[in-house]
Design a protein. Structure first.
Length: 364
């Protein structure tokens, strides 16, 4: 009798944990999915819907950040059970695969957009792709389950940024806060200098790591992922040109560039000027809380799946977004991640805000 009752008790307990996990995940689901109806309406109808989508992804998001941080600073701090977090990530990835072709179709001239609502729609879609969808793909490529990893990889390939999967996991996490990491911004380095250095630097460094891994591996040679990174991008460019014509191809390239710039802005902001000290044996000290800038919480933090809790991610890369915390002694940015990324586009303003904070972080 006891043996028969135990599975039922376990199922009831799992159902209870699952229900609690979904309640904890609701703020993230709401924040990431709230812009989606506006984006669809912008693509299909244009006009005021395009402006509404852009305003939500920019001004509205920042106003909500300010209110939420003041009213309830810890909103979204509840842990989300990993199975629930994985389902959220899968839903977001599937949403990405629907929204991206819709955006390209609309911006290709096949939709109802005029010049101005076309610009607004482009900016709104690009912000969602570069913030919500990128954060979700980043989440997936850190999952141990191969199918989840490949799903995140597919998202990055559709953004023509597949090499980020190799460069981020094999280079950035190993060499972060050292001169050997292309995606760690140096003190005094403006964003545009960083952009020109980091994109090709990460591409080449990721390739070298993948090539070296295969040289050391025993047994039959495995396919270098760069075949998929580059081959997938070429296949998608060909498909988009065939389906949507030259205008669609240009729209696709610009959307991907917009998203990639935001990914690089995130790296720039979250590691600007922070360096690990060199140990007596010449190796860098272990990665610690002091090697990433965290940002205040708010709606943008929820929409970006707690990407603003970046220090804990580098300490525990396998943690899901619902488990990330803000460790003690972590440097804090003066504003949310999207706002600081916007500030970084004006290097003199960025340096005025950040260099003084950076000097306070340096050891005596």
């Amino acid at each position: 009798m006891k043996a028969d009752a135990r599975p039922g008790m376990e199922r009831a307990q799992n159902d209870k944990v699952g229900a609690k996990g979904w309640r904890a995940a609701l703020p993230h689901v709401a924040a990431t999915m709230a812009p989606v109806p506006l984006l669809v309406a912008a693509a299909m109808l244009g006009g005021g819907w395009s402006l509404a989508a852009l305003l939500w992804m920019s001004v509205g998001l920042h106003l909500a950040d300010a209110m939420l941080v003041r009213i309830r600073p810890a909103w979204g701090a509840d842990h989300v059970a990993q199975p629930v977090a994985d389902r959220v990530s899968v839903a977001l990835a599937l949403t990405h695969f629907l929204l991206l072709p819709l955006a390209v179709w609309s911006l290709s001239g096949a939709g109802p957009l005029g010049p101005w609502d076309g610009v607004a729609t482009f900016l709104a879609f690009g912000l969602w792709l570069g913030q919500a969808s990128n954060a979700n793909a980043h989440e997936l490529i850190h999952r141990r389950e191969r199918w989840l990893f490949r799903l995140g990889w597919a998202v990055f390939v559709t953004l023509l940024y597949g090499h980020h999967v190799s460069a981020h996991r094999l280079v950035h996490h190993r060499f972060v806060a050292t001169p050997n990491d292309p995606n760690t911004a140096r003190a005094g380095e403006g964003f545009y200098q960083f952009l020109i250095r980091a994109w090709p630097g990460a591409f080449l460094a990721g390739y070298e790591m993948e090539r070296n891994l295969r040289r050391r591996a025993r047994g039959p040679g495995r396919l270098n992922p760069y075949v998929i990174h580059v081959g997938g991008a070429l296949a998608l460019l060909t498909l988009v040109a065939w389906l949507f014509g030259p205008d669609g191809l240009v729209a696709y390239l610009l959307l991907c560039a917009h998203a990639q710039i935001q990914i690089l802005l995130s790296d720039y902001v979250q590691h600007y000027g922070l360096l690990r000290q060199e140990l007596p044996d010449g190796r860098p000290e272990p990665v610690g809380p002091a090697h990433s800038w965290d940002a205040p919480r708010g709606l943008s933090g929820l929409m970006m799946l707690n990407a603003s809790r970046h220090a804990d991610h580098h300490l525990h890369p396998s943690k899901g977004f619902g488990e990330l915390e803000t460790p003690a002694r972590t440097p804090r940015l003066p504003a949310s991640l999207p706002i600081m990324a916007t500030v970084a586009l004006v290097p003199p303003l960025w340096r005025r805000l950040m260099d003084r904070r950076l000097r306070r972080m340096q050891p005596d």
